[in-house]
Write a protein that binds this ligand. Structure first.
Ligand code: URA
Length: 232
């Protein structure tokens, strides 16, 4: 609730701290040791918030922008206020799984090139690829304008539809990889990030909090990556 709503609820005697009603929301408590309840139900306090968004086309991966619509605009105002930011980028015309959090340390680890966190995409392309040689070039590394990409996985679903798994995230990477073999990305959807799968029940533009299991998996992915950091 907003500060104003909290003040009103306290005034109405709906809030207790350690069982005693408090009439003012303006008191000091310890999040760790005090028990706050509203209408008799204990309030669970969490330092960090982790959200899975099904990103629609037309939104940029930023917190605010003077001209463009940002992914943060799709999140409730209450959650926006706690310093949420997108964990990684998707292009404006890309869709699918976008994680948002206010856990800067975890996001930093997941996005660090040292951690090689895995991302999976479903990509539609303009021209069919049937030549195994092109697929193996894409998989072993192509020149995307002076940079050579790391090993990746390109699994054809049809000749114009690929499942692509990357362990790095350079600017417009998949688009530039297909361009390097004379092709063009038509649509790009991220379906997995660091072991978290996009929930198929989420419609475009919808979001939900990660479950405890998903948060643990994310932490494990970031810590697992640390073990492999020496491979650089
Ligand atoms: N690669 C791209 O080219 N675009 C994205 O949004 C993600 C990966």
């Amino acid at each position: 609730m907003s500060r104003r709503e909290a003040a009103k609820a306290a005034k109405g005697g709906r809030i207790t701290v350690n069982g005693d009603a408090v009439r003012s929301a303006d008191i000091r408590i310890s999040e760790e040791t005090d028990t706050v309840a509203i209408d008799g139900a204990a309030v669970e306090w969490r330092r960090f918030v982790y959200i899975m968004l099904s990103k629609p086309e037309g939104y940029i991966s930023a917190t605010d922008d003077p001209r463009e619509k940002t992914v943060l605009e799709l999140i409730s105002e209450r959650d926006r206020k706690i310093g949420l930011f997108p964990c990684g980028r998707l292009d404006k015309d890309s869709t699918g799984l976008m994680l948002l959090t206010n856990d800067g340390a975890l996001a930093h680890r997941l996005l660090s090139p040292k951690y090689h966190c895995e991302k999976r995409y479903i990509v539609n392309i303009a021209k069919p690829i049937e030549d195994e040689g092109i697929i193996s070039r894409l998989e072993s590394g192509v020149d995307i304008g002076g940079e050579i990409t790391r090993p990746a996985k390109f699994t054809p679903m049809t000749p114009t539809r690929f499942e692509v798994t990357l362990r790095e995230g350079r600017y417009h990477q998949i688009k530039r990889m297909f361009e390097s073999v004379g092709n063009k990305v038509v649509t790009l959807r991220r379906v997995s990030f660091a072991g978290i799968e996009l929930d198929p029940r989420l419609k475009s533009g919808e979001w939900r909090y990660l479950t405890d299991d998903e948060i643990s998996a994310l932490r494990a992915a970031s810590e697992g990556g640390a073990a492999g950091a020496g491979e650089e």
